[in-house]
Design a binder for this molecule. Structure first.
Ligand SMILES: [Zn+2]
Length: 287
């Protein structure tokens, strides 16, 4: 095979390896040739990163582990960048860290909680990185934009661009040395991270992650105020704070931090109903 031929098959071979060796679901993405996105739009805002609509009309939903499809796709578009569907389908989720600010934010989080374990990592071509973690059992991880500044979560329904795809900067995506998915196992995510990002129903015993309370303390948007006031009241009561004082604290929190604040009457109504529920819970606990 000529060197051109070899190069021509490079993306196809990589795509097949991701499916066969790692059981990841792949999809073809546009690439960047001479600085422009292959979609042909002059100022494409997602250059080299978006699915090739004519062969995967449903985007990431069309991602596959079927080798014959992979071959068909990359024979049609041999230059196509490689996307991997994240989440349960491929068995991992990703911390997508954008540039130096993202890295700094993540370091701050590690200082506050704990260091992230060694795992599979990719350099993204823009100076950021992708950090992969095993998809946990019985928990749903969805996409989250900016779970901390400049750090996104790619879970169910998301995808990442992987090596040897071409970034719009002209750089290639590259697996970090000593963090290659064919050589290193993807690590289990630490519990504190799961607590922060997992989609789960609110727990009846009110055990919420510290991050959740920190956000609540800064005020919550309309639509979350009722639920947040109820949680706060529940917390205060479980800390054995007198219901009248607890209600006053929730009113003060609402007035000071929620934009716009709820009506005091509404806050009182919520607090009363939580207080009733809490009394009921205590009674039942004593039976
Ligand atoms: Zn494009």
């Amino acid at each position: 095979m000529s060197s051109i031929g070899k190069n021509y098959n490079r993306m196809l071979r990589a795509a097949i390896a991701y499916v066969e060796k790692l059981n990841w679901a792949v999809l073809p993405l546009h690439s960047v040739i001479n600085g422009s996105c292959t979609c042909g739009k002059k100022d494409c805002t997602s250059a080299g990163k978006h699915p090739i609509g004519e062969i995967v009309p449903n985007g990431v939903k069309d991602a596959t582990k079927d080798i014959s499809k992979v071959k068909e796709w990359w024979l049609k578009k041999p230059w196509a960048n490689i996307g991997i569907a994240t989440g349960k389908i491929s068995g991992f989720f990703v911390l997508d860290v954008d540039g130096e600010i993202g890295k700094e934010e993540l370091r701050a989080l590690e200082v506050e909680y704990d260091k992230l374990p060694d795992t599979v990592e990719q350099l993204t071509g823009s100076g950021g990185k992708h950090i992969l973690f095993k998809y946990p059992e019985n928990i749903v991880i969805q996409n989250k934009v900016g779970f901390i500044p400049k750090v996104d979560i790619r879970g169910d329904g998301g995808y990442i661009v992987v090596a040897p795809s071409i970034h719009k900067s002209g750089n290639q995506y590259m697996w970090e040395a000593f963090s290659h998915p064919l050589e290193v196992e993807i690590a289990e995510p630490p519990k504190w991270l799961i607590d922060m990002i997992a989609e789960k129903p609110s727990t009846p015993d009110g055990k919420r992650p510290p991050e959740w309370w920190r956000k609540l303390a800064q005020g919550v948007p309309e639509g979350y105020r009722n639920m947040s006031a109820a949680s706060l009241m529940g917390l205060l009561l479980r800390k054995r704070i007198n219901p009248v004082l607890a209600t006053m604290l929730v009113i003060a929190w609402n007035r000071e931090f929620n934009k716009p604040p709820m009506d005091d009457k509404e806050v009182i109504r919520i607090c009363e109903s939580i207080a009733k529920r809490e009394v009921q819970r205590l009674k039942e606990g004593m039976k």
